[in-house]
Each structure stands twice: as C-alpha cells, then as structure tokens.
Design a protein around this ligand. Structure first.
Ligand code: FES
Length: 144
C-alpha cells in the first residue's frame, strides 16, 4: 500500500466533539465530517454523501450508524462501510490527536473527491438541490 503525503490541519478540539457525536468542518473549501464513535477512535470522512452529495452532518447518528438525510443511505462510522447499500463506502482521512487538538491529514496530491477552483468540471445541483457527483464512474461528467 502506497503512502500518501498529507498536510496535518487542526480542525477542532475534544471540547467541540463529544463521544457519540459528530461535527462538520470545512478545510480549504472541503467538507469534512468528524465522528467520535462510541467504543472507537475519532474518524474523519469526506463530508458529502457518496450518493448525491448531501451534507452528511445533517444526517442522524445512532449506535454508530450514520443515516444520510437525503435518501437514507446508511454507513458504519467506525469502518466507513456502507450498510445500505453494502457497495457504498465513505472516503476517509487520517486523524491524529495532539493533546486536546484534533488534526486531519489532508492529502497533498490530487484526490478524485476533491475539487478546487481550477477544476474544469463544475459541480451542478440536482432537482432537490444536492450536488451531483460529476466524477462518479456511474455518472459520467455532463461537461465533457
Ligand atoms: S444524498 Fe445521501 S442518500 Fe442520497
């Protein structure tokens, strides 16, 4: 497994994120979901649902299962694995604690889920106002 160089960014403290809870943060325009599962270490995931990009922080977290508010896809927040549907998965970031501070490792190289101002393929919204994943293999980019 190749190691990806990351830049560690302090995103919150343990005063902001309690056990059994989650927190949405933004780093350089990227939405990140922090989760502190019961019985597990803090996790960081890409903050937009892999289905149709709804903000995961608006979902429900119960017994370490995150249910997206968009269309109720469910994810195990300890592994990031999809529960319903099983073939989905949350994209994760590395996390480390230093004292009271929570750091997330932001990959330095281009990531297919990340968008920046030079991205030639702008996000678009579906009829419900969700961002549509234009880089998803199942949805070819309509902008070419
Ligand atoms: S946007 Fe999350 S389930 Fe559809």
């Amino acid at each position: 497994m190749s190691e990806v160089a990351v830049e560690w960014v302090e995103v919150a403290t343990l005063d902001d994120l309690w056990c059994g809870d989650m927190l949405g943060v933004e780093v350089e325009g990227e939405q990140i979901l922090l989760v502190y599962p019961n019985g597990g270490a803090i996790r960081a995931y890409h903050g937009l649902c892999p289905h149709q990009q709804a903000l995961l922080i608006n979902g429900d977290l119960e017994e370490n299962v995150l249910t997206c508010y968009g269309h109720h896809w469910q994810f195990d927040v300890i592994s990031g694995q999809g529960i319903n549907p099983r073939n989905s998965r949350l994209s994760s970031y590395e996390v480390k604690l230093e004292g009271n501070s929570i750091y997330v490792g932001i990959p330095k190289m281009a990531d297919t889920n990340r968008r920046d101002r030079t991205d030639p393929c702008p996000p678009r919204l579906c009829e419900y106002g969700y961002r549509v994943a234009t880089t998803d293999r199942d949805q070819p980019c309509p902008y070419g």
